[in-house]
Design a protein around this ligand. Structure first.
Ligand code: P6P
Length: 339
């Protein structure tokens, strides 16, 4: 069968009423920028891009108070430069920047807002474990013109018009939803184009595989302790079957495994991070991943409610995350409801 490129897929979606020309242009530009990020991450030590950003005696820190890797900064710049001139965007927000970046006055301003984690899981770069770019697209609220105010970004995940991630692994894969299913595109490195390789992903509704950082177990809230404890009890326990565990510590890699073969992923609240509201960021990690997972028949919860219904209060707000196979997420949430 003739391969379907990202461009053809997006053109056909627009014809079917999903997205307009500005959104299609935005997504093509983001995909092209991610190809450049793939090249940069693929160079590794040969590209002089490993290790921390900044100088030997002062490592640069991002708004999250985390040490920035050189590739965090490079990936952020690639995405900002790629999206400046197109006229489809009003502003970008990034994990790496405290405030949104306005579209330069030299260029026309469009009606979309782009949010991204330019290189999620970057602590894995130096050990050659898969990392990825996560992005989310919102429409600028009606009637707003001129410079974008941060408050315009603070929309619930249900307002997303598109979301996706690119995982820089043995293959470079783009996973994308425009609210009409979740689809996988594989980068043809010779031709330089993303080819549709899996249309309308469906996450298995049940699973026996969980992903969580077990080293935090003693800090979790009681419901999560009980839930994971019952999984670990296996056949002899209340679940009546054994479970397997995976933890890559790169959300894009963990979520992609779940999208591909099912599973449940959680970064729950724990007493160390309770004051911050959680570990993962709502606007450019939890919301886009939740949109992708829900469009693939999965579920995504904070443990107390649907992630995409959280009303954001801050651009870098964090939330607890439980997402993946629908029935397993439901089971995990029940422990919280019972509590
Ligand atoms: P921990 C990566 O830094 C990240 O934001 C996610 O990609 C990942 O799921 C999580 O943090 C890993 O956290 O505490 O296991 O290092």
């Amino acid at each position: 069968m003739k391969p379907v490129s990202l461009t053809q897929y997006l053109t056909e979606e627009r014809r079917a009423g999903y997205g307009d020309t500005d959104l299609i242009q935005l997504l093509e530009i983001v995909a092209r920028a991610c190809k450049r990020i793939a090249v940069a991450t693929g160079k590794g030590a040969l590209g002089g891009v490993l290790g921390e950003a900044g100088t030997a005696d002062s490592i640069s820190m991002n708004i999250q108070g985390e040490a920035q890797k050189k590739l965090d900064v490079i990936s952020n710049e690639i995405l900002l430069d790629a999206n400046a001139w197109g006229g489809h965007l009003a502003a970008c927000a990034s994990e790496e920047m405290e405030h949104p970046q306005q579209i330069p006055d030299a260029y026309p301003r469009g009606g979309y807002l782009l949010l991204f984690d330019p290189l999620d899981g970057s602590s894995n770069i130096d050990v050659n474990i898969s990392v990825g770019t996560i992005f989310s697209v919102l429409k600028r609220p009606g009637g707003h013109r001129g410079k974008v105010d941060t408050s315009e970004f603070l929309q619930p995940g249900t307002n997303q018009v598109a979301a996706g991630y690119v995982v820089y692994g043995s293959c470079t894969l783009l996973v994308l939803t425009l609210g009409h299913g979740t689809h996988v595109f594989t980068l043809d490195r010779e031709a330089g184009s993303f080819i549709l390789t899996r249309r309308d992903v469906q996450i298995p509704e049940d699973t026996s595989e969980f992903a969580i950082n077990m080293s935090n177990q003693r800090f979790w809230e009681a419901p999560m302790q009980r839930y994971i404890g019952d999984l670990l009890a296996g056949k002899e326990g209340p679940r009546g079957r054994d479970f397997n565990m995976r933890w890559v510590a790169s959300m894009v890699a963990d979520v992609h495994r779940i999208l591909t073969r099912g599973g449940i992923f959680s970064y729950p609240l724990d007493s160390k991070i309770k004051a911050k509201g959680g570990k993962l960021r709502l606007m450019y990690e939890a919301n886009p991943m939740s949109f992708i997972v829900e469009q693939a028949g999965g579920a995504a919860s904070t443990g107390r409610g649907r992630i995409m219904e959280v009303q954001p209060e801050g651009l870098h707000q964090r939330v607890p995350v439980i997402l993946g196979s629908k029935n397993e997420v439901k089971a995990a949430v029940q422990y919280h409801t019972d509590a």
